[in-house]
Design a protein around this ligand. Structure first.
Ligand SMILES: Cc1cc2nc3c(=O)[nH]c(=O)nc-3n(C[C@H](O)[C@H](O)[C@H](O)COP(=O)(O)OP(=O)(O)OC[C@H]3O[C@@H](n4cnc5c(N)ncnc54)[C@H](O)[C@@H]3O)c2cc1C
Length: 399
């Protein structure tokens, strides 16, 4: 990847993270993908050097940097060969904590975040539900007030790292959908303990296509009790609050996609230089070289969009001229462009390897399986198109 134009802070992050990740070779990720074992060591190493709190305030033990630097961190992890799996082992701790840091009371912030930054606790992010899918505003998991507690009932799905997390940033409905004026009302955000020994909580692991080192889960709540003081911000305002984390997540995912795209291209170029067929390296054929060159340029363009979005996100808190509309359009566009560019790069990397692209030994098949994730989550390509059509082009809402 071309690194000109990044800030000194971003380049420092890239160097430090590359150094940590160099301890985790391709074989480590291939083995963990096969066994499904969680990459605890990487989380521990990153926490030890203070990276989990990269974008969290210094008074809580964080580094006080922004999403621009956090995106570079996730990008670098993925690009090391750790792929989306490596990045996802810390990802929720970086973005899902953004709304907590911004909207929690000073007492809650002190209670909730320093342990997570130090790596003593870990969080997952609980939004998606089986029966509502991308229609987040229709989600039904309920939080009913009961004295100084809430009772959580309902089901979440696809919750990454729930097996290893001791916390969850949870979006739940405190007012039934039928009783709210607008569907965006009546949702509340909680930062809860995920106590698997308590009654009313069950997890079921989902078998999946790639990134198998990171567990994905169905989570069932049945009158699971949480203290009322785990509510972040005001009751009923959870959707507005969680949006703050969602735009950050789009930037991080875009960075992860870039990382896996660049590493795939690097592997493809190495192979294309070495592999000799018909008396010359396959990379001397334009049929191999041009698609790789094209994939590179698309990644570079997506890189600009990604770091532009992250900069807007960071600067919007102290520059009134940057609207939330602009941030939303930029973050969604970046995630879309990076995911598509990365997919093309990974696909070309497999094809460049010929039959060996299909062999585990060359790792590009692992990248191709993982690169589907940024196209699907946290929001699909189609929903981004819907959003851009409506918000940037002023077309009628199509969904
Ligand atoms: C590996 C992985 C990890 C994940 N981790 C988490 C996590 O930690 N926490 C969490 O909360 N969620 C997580 N998710 C869930 C993820 O965010 C959702 O899968 C994603 O938002 C898509 O929702 P869905 O699967 O319900 O798709 P659906 O809503 O069922 O949509 C299915 C398809 O229909 C299309 N579609 C639906 N409506 C329209 C429309 N109006 N116009 C055009 N197309 C439409 C969609 O684009 C999609 O292609 C994860 C998912 C994966 C795969």
């Amino acid at each position: 990847m071309e690194t000109s134009g990044f800030t000194p802070e971003q380049l420092d992050v890239r160097e430090a993270i590359s150094k940590i990740c160099s301890k985790y070779p391709d074989e480590y990720w291939a083995e963990h993908d096969e066994s499904g074992e969680y990459p605890h060591e990487l989380h521990t190493d990153l926490a030890k050097d203070g990276w989990i709190g990269i974008a969290l305030p210094e008074d809580l033990g964080g580094a006080g940097l922004g999403i621009s630097e956090a995106t570079m961190m996730l990008h670098t992890i993925a690009e090391s060969g750790a792929g989306i799996a490596g990045a996802q082992s810390i990802h929720a701790n970086v973005y899902a904590t953004q709304p907590v840091a911004k909207f929690a009371t000073p007492e809650q912030r002190q209670r909730m975040l320093p342990d997570l930054i130090a790596g003593k606790s870990r969080t997952c992010f609980g939004v998606t539900e089986p029966n509502t899918g991308l229609e987040t505003l229709k989600l039904r998991t309920s939080a009913k007030k009961d004295g100084d507690q809430y009772l959580i009932s309902g089901q979440k799905i696809w919750i990454s790292s729930a097996q290893v997390a001791t916390k969850m940033v949870l979006l739940a409905r405190t007012t039934p959908l039928e009783e709210v004026g607008k569907p965006s009302e009546g949702l509340s955000l909680f930062f809860i303990d995920l106590d698997k020994s308590a009654s009313g909580l069950e997890l079921k692991r989902i078998k999946k296509m790639g990134g198998r080192a990171i567990d994905a889960n169905e989570v069932f709540f049945d009158n699971y009790r949480i203290p009322a003081d785990t509510l972040i911000g005001k009751e009923g305002e959870g959707f507005k609050i969680v949006l703050h984390g969602m735009n950050a997540e789009r930037c991080l995912l875009a960075g992860e996609a870039l990382g896996i795209g660049y590493v795939a291209l690097k592997r493809a170029a190495e192979y294309a230089k070495d592999r000799v067929v018909f008396g010359r390296p396959i990379g001397m054929n334009q049929g191999i070289q041009h698609p790789l060159a094209s994939a590179y340029m698309h990644l570079e363009a997506a890189k600009l969009a990604t770091y532009h979005a992250a900069r807007l996100y960071d600067n919007s808190s102290n520059d009134g001229s940057i609207t939330q509309h602009a941030v939303g359009v930029a973050c969604n566009s970046a995630k879309y462009l990076a995911a598509e560019a990365a997919f093309t790069a990974c696909e070309r990397a497999v094809l460049t390897h010929g039959g060996m692209g299909y062999a585990q030994e060359y790792h590009v098949e692992r990248y191709l399986r993982e690169v589907f994730v940024p196209r699907i989550a946290p929001v699909s390509r189609e929903m981004i198109m819907n959003y851009i059509g409506e918000k940037a082009l002023g077309l009628p809402r199509s969904y």
